[in-house]
Design a protein around this ligand. Structure first.
Ligand code: NAD
Length: 463
């Protein structure tokens, strides 16, 4: 066992990482590629253990664990390995009459020692996809997984030092108290995924050192449905996004806006879809996860009991941390469920009679949604939402997929976050453009710039 596998304090971890960064070895592209290949090996050799940790934490199904945690991460690392040499290539300056004696370039340089703080809902993906970007960009990294997903955090702490350079990459464990202590250290960038409330604290802590941040936060993502849709398809796509990980997904549809007429047709198709997917005993199906803990269970149960009327589902079982996927109707915008992000399998429907009313309500909420979902076959309606609602991401007639496409930048806006990542955007999130100019001591280069030297009066220009 190396000394780095033994418990060290967060200050020591940061100091070791800083000293490793100063050696310059993470700037070597071959070193980065080696680490990324090791990260890939880590996933491949521990696939079953990762899936088991997810099952223990929230009874995540094998398929969801495999697709949305392992496969998503593996694809991201493969993409970085495939393109790293291109991403790191400097861009040389085109010459003009002022710069023709110079060479200039823009290069992407790493920030230095960066901190990645992860949430519990997709603990591996949302902690290790940023880690991949940070390694690719040439940083040393301190990773702080969420303490709430206990088994996944322990697995990361066990695996990362085994596979990656133990001086450059560290896992620091703990909850809010340890995290606050950790944030007293100076970092060169902080990448945080979690709630808006904690996001504010991270931003404040970062400001003490003027550290730049990427904040991937939450919020309420609205779904608008009109009567031009294929109801069966719309119901399946929306309920898939809501049932995945039992709604404990930052990009899950949070609430629906539609008319009473649309609501009726939509709910009929939701019932058909749920019957086809889970039969009549949903609770016994291994495809549905559980709520992460009693605190979140009680929060969700209170929504069920205090907002609107149950139209689908409505069951719960505290001993099993089970909340049935549910749809609530007759929900008022003043109901408790409409005040905060649901982050669970409950979907409230608020009735509104026009696109204008819906847009006005969404924009008046005083927080920018992470995602705006529009279900309509009408291009005009799609454009109205696209052009008039400020949201981190936008999807038409689908949910979640905009998160999964590597070529698209993912991130929030306003209260739902700042900065984007995924694929090349992760590399960009963890590096910055640096301008470099090279001039030589040739006669020509010198004469070109001689006019700038005093006395300025030789130019005979009167200012
Ligand atoms: P959280 O904010 O409670 O915790 C996130 C991380 O912050 C954890 O590692 C936790 O230990 C740490 N933390 C908690 N309190 C802290 C403090 N006072 N100071 C410093 N660090 C602290 O979030 P969560 O419950 O793990 O995740 C759920 C939230 O995250 C939801 O709002 C969800 O929408 C959001 N989320 C966003 C995305 C995204 O990509 N935008 C992805 C997943 C989750």
């Amino acid at each position: 066992m190396s000394k780095y596998h033994q418990k060290i304090s967060h200050q020591e971890a940061v100091a070791i990482a800083r000293s490793a960064f100063s050696t310059g070895r993470t700037k070597d592209v071959n070193f980065r590629l080696k680490q990324l290949r090791q990260l890939l090996r880590m996933y491949e050799e521990n696939n079953d253990e990762i899936l088991l940790a997810l099952k223990k934490d929230m009874r995540k199904s094998k398929l969801e664990g495999y697709l949305y945690e392992v496969e998503l991460m593996v694809n991201d690392v493969r993409e970085a390995i495939r393109h790293l040499r291109t991403w790191t290539k400097p861009k040389w300056l085109r010459k003009n009459w002022l710069t023709f004696a110079d060479k200039g370039k823009i290069e992407r340089v790493p920030f230095g020692v960066v901190l990645v703080i992860g949430p519990w809902n997709y603990p591996f993906q949302l902690t290790l996809v940023p880690l991949c970007g940070a390694i690719a960009a040439g940083n040393c990294v301190i990773v702080k997984p969420s303490e709430v997903s206990v088994h996944s955090a322990a697995k990361m702490a066990e695996l990362i030092p085994k596979y990656l350079d133990p001086e450059c990459y560290h896992v620091v464990m703990g909850g809010p108290t340890e995290s606050e202590e950790l944030l007293k250290n100076k970092f060169d960038h902080i990448f945080f995924t979690g709630s808006i409330q904690v996001g504010r604290k991270i931003h404040q802590a970062a400001a003490r050192h003027l550290t730049p941040v990427t904040l991937e936060l939450g919020g309420k993502s609205p779904v608008y449905i009109d009567n031009t849709v294929d109801y069966a398809m719309a119901a399946q796509r929306i309920m898939w996004g809501k049932c995945m990980n039992m709604g404990q997904t930052c990009v899950a549809p949070d609430f629906i806006i539609c008319t009473k007429e649309v609501e009726k047709a939509f709910i009929a198709e939701v019932k058909n879809a749920m019957q086809a997917w889970y039969g009549s005993d949903w609770k016994s199906k291994p495809d549905l996860a559980r709520i992460i803990n009693a605190k979140h269970f009680n929060r969700l149960k209170s929504y069920l009991l205090n907002s609107g009327k149950v139209a689908v589902g409505g069951g719960y079982d505290e001993d099993d941390l089970w909340i049935e996927p549910s749809i609530l109707v007759d929900v008022k915008v003043t109901d408790p469920i409409m005040q905060e992000e649901v982050f669970g399998p409950i979907l409230p429907i608020v009735n509104m009679n026009s696109v204008v009313e819906a847009i006005k309500y969404i924009n008046g909420r005083n927080s920018v949604p992470l995602c705006m979902y529009v279900f309509s076959a009408d291009r005009g309606v799609q454009s109205l939402f696209e052009n008039h609602v400020s949201a981190g991401t936008f999807a038409c007639n689908e949910t979640i997929v905009q998160f999964a496409i590597d070529e698209l930048p993912f991130g929030g806006a306003g209260e739902s976050g700042m900065g984007t990542y995924h694929g090349k955007f992760s590399f960009d999130a963890f590096s910055r453009d640096r301008a470099c100019v090279y001039r030589d001591f040739s006669y020509l280069a010198d004469k070109l710039g001689v006019f700038r030297y005093p006395p300025y009066s030789v130019l005979k220009i009167n200012f």
